[in-house]
Design a protein around this ligand. Structure first.
Ligand SMILES: Cc1cc2nc3c(=O)[nH]c(=O)nc-3n(C[C@H](O)[C@H](O)[C@H](O)COP(=O)(O)OP(=O)(O)OC[C@H]3O[C@@H](n4cnc5c(N)ncnc54)[C@H](O)[C@@H]3O)c2cc1C
Length: 401
C-alpha cells in the first residue's frame, strides 16, 4: 500500500468536489481529488438534460426560501459564493453563461460538456492530482481528527478531507450513498432519505392512452385535508404509467414522504391553465374540449365523464355539463409510487445539519472533516438550485481550510 501526504483530499469529483478542489488549489494547497467512477463530473454532465442549468437569478433571500425551513443553513455558503460569483467563476475558466428566460442560467453553448472540459482544464492547470476509479472506503481518524483516507487499493495521508460524494439518486452516475456510510462510521447522523424529483406512477391506467400529452401550466394539488397547501403549477406530461415533467419533479419532492406514510396519495390536477369552473363553462360554450386539450387526453376525460366523443356542449344535460367541468378543473389521480432512487434527480435528506458548522462546513464531531453538496441534508426544487448549493458549499468548505 502506498502512502502520500496532501493538504487536502476531496472525495468525489462532482460539482461540489471539483469546485472545492479548484478553490483550495488556487490557495496554493496540494490537493488530491478521488473519484470512484472512471471519469469526473458524470452527473454534472447529465444535468439539465445535458444543458446544465447551473444556477438562477434569484436574490439570496428568495433562493433560500425555496429550500424550506432549512434554507437558512446555506446563508454563509451563498454569501461566500453567490450566483453571480459562480457566473464570474465560469467566465474566468472560459465558460460564458446566459439566462434565456431571465431566470435559469445555462452555459451559452447549452452543453454541459463545456463545463466539464473547462473544470478539467482548470484542475490540470492547478496541478490537482486526480485519481479516478478510486473508491474511498474509509476516512481515517485518530483522536477525533482526520489523518487520512483509504480507498480499495491505496492509502493517503492528510489532515483535511472534504466529503463531496453526493446522494443516492441516479446510482449509475456514482451516487450510491457511500458518503452516508463514511460519515456515520465517524459518528455522524443521517436523516431519513427519500428519492425526490422523479416521475410518479398513478393508479389510473387511462394515463397510458395520453402518453406524451403535455399540459402547459397544470396545477397539481394534494387532495388530503392535512396537506392541502402542497400544490404546484408547471408543465405536466403523461406517461405510460403516470405523470412526469417539471411540475411532477418538484411535486415528487413533497410527495415521496407521503407515499411512504400513506401508501397512496390522492391528488387533483387542473388541466386548463388554472381556469376556474365558471371560466371553463364559458370556454366550452364558445369553443370545445379539443381546442383545450390534446385529443387523446380530451377523449379520456370524456370517458370519465360518461360523454360520447363528438358531443355538443350545449346539448348536454346539466349533470353531464357539471361533471365535465369539474373533471377539467380538478381531474382526480392517485399517486401510488415511483421508480425510487434509480430515476431520482435528488435525494431528500442527508447528514444532519446540526452536526455541521454552516460558517465553515466543518464537522462538529471530527476535526478536519468537511461536507458539501448533496450529501448534506439540503435539497431544493428544479431550476439550478441544487447545483448552486453544491458549488457554494464546495467553495466554502475549501476556502477556510
Ligand atoms: C439527470 C439529472 C439532472 C439534473 N439536472 C440539474 C440541473 O439542471 N440543475 C441543478 O441545479 N441540479 C440538477 N440536478 C441535481 C444535481 O445534479 C445535483 O444536486 C448535484 O450534481 C450534486 O452535486 P454533488 O457534487 O454533491 O454530487 P455528485 O454530482 O453526485 O458527485 C458526487 C461524486 O462522488 C463520487 N463518489 C461517490 N462515492 C464515492 C466514493 N466512495 N469514493 C470516491 N468517489 C465517490 C461519485 O461517483 C460522484 O462523481 C440533476 C440531477 C440529475 C440526476
Amino acid at each position: 500500500m502506498k502512502t502520500h501526504e496532501y493538504d487536502l483530499i476531496v472525495v468525489g469529483a462532482g460539482a461540489a468536489g471539483m469546485m472545492a478542489a479548484i478553490t483550495s488549489a488556487r490557495d496554493a494547497k496540494n490537493v488530491l481529488l478521488l473519484e470512484k467512477l472512471s471519469q469526473v463530473g458524470a452527473k454534472l454532465k447529465a444535468t439539465g438534460g445535458g444543458r446544465c442549468n447551473l444556477t438562477n437569478t434569484l436574490s439570496q433571500e428568495d433562493f433560500m426560501k425555496k429550500f424550506g425551513r432549512d434554507g437558512r443553513f446555506m446563508q454563509d455558503a451563498l454569501k461566500a459564493f453567490s450566483s453571480s460569483d459562480l457566473q464570474d467563476f465560469m467566465n474566468r475558466i472560459g465558460v460564458e453563461t446566459h439566462a434565456p428566460d431571465g431566470f435559469r442560467v445555462f452555459p451559452s453553448t447549452h452543453s454541459s460538456s463545456t463545463i466539464i472540459n473547462a473544470f478539467t482544464d482548470e484542475m490540470h492547470h492547478l496541478s490537482i492530482t486526480i485519481l479516478t476509479s478510486q473508491k474511498v472506503q474509509e476516512i481515517v481518524v485518530d483522536d477525533a481528527k482526520v489523518i487520512g483516507v483509504k480507498t480499495t487499493t491505496n492509502s493517503f495521508k492528510t489532515n483535511s478531507v472534504i466529503l463531496a460524494s453526493g446522494g443516492l439518486g441516479y446510482p449509475v452516475l456514482g451516487a450510491e450513498g457511500d458518503g452516508y456510510k463514511l460519515s456515520s462510521d465517524l459518528g455522524h447522523s443521517i436523516t431519513k432519505l427519500h428519492p425526490a424529483m422523479m416521475p410518479l406512477r398513478t393508479k389510473e391506467t387511462w394515463v397510458a392512452e395520453c402518453r406524451a400529452d403535455t399540459i402547459a401550466n397544470a396545477t397539481l394539488k394534494v387532495n388530503m385535508k392535512k396537506y392541502k397547501k402542497l400544490q404546484i403549477k408547471a408543465d405536466l406530461i403523461f406517461t405510460k404509467t403516470g405523470i412526469r415533467g417539471p411540475a411532477v419533479l418538484d411535486f415528487a419532492r413533497e410527495i415521496t414522504p407521503l407515499i411512504e406514510k400513506y401508501g397512496e396519495v390522492p391528488i387533483v390536477v387542473n388541466l386548463t391553465k388554472g381556469m376556474n369552473e365558471d371560466a371553463i363553462f364559458k370556454y366550452l360554450k364558445a369553443k370545445n374540449i379539443y381546442t383545450l386539450l390534446p385529443t387523446p387526453l380530451a377523449n379520456e376525460i370524456l370517458k370519465l365523464a360518461g360523454i360520447e366523443e363528438g358531443f355538443t356542449f350545449s346539448k348536454l344535460d346539466g349533470i353531464k355539463k357539471d361533471t365535465l367541468i369539474k373533471l377539467l378543473a380538478w381531474t382526480p389521480l392517485t399517486i401510488t409510487g415511483h421508480d425510487g432512487f434509480k430515476m431520482a434527480m435528488i435525494t431528500r435528506g442527508g447528514i444532519k445539519l446540526n452536526e455541521i458548522n454552516p460558517k465553515t462546513m466543518q464537522s462538529k464531531i471530527i476535526k478536519g472533516l468537511y461536507f458539501c453538496g448533496e450529501v448534506v441534508n439540503i435539497d431544493g426544487p428544479c431550476g439550478g438550485y441544487n447545483l448552486q448549493w453544491s458549488f457554494s458549499s464546495g467553495y466554502l468548505a475549501a476556502k477556510l481550510l
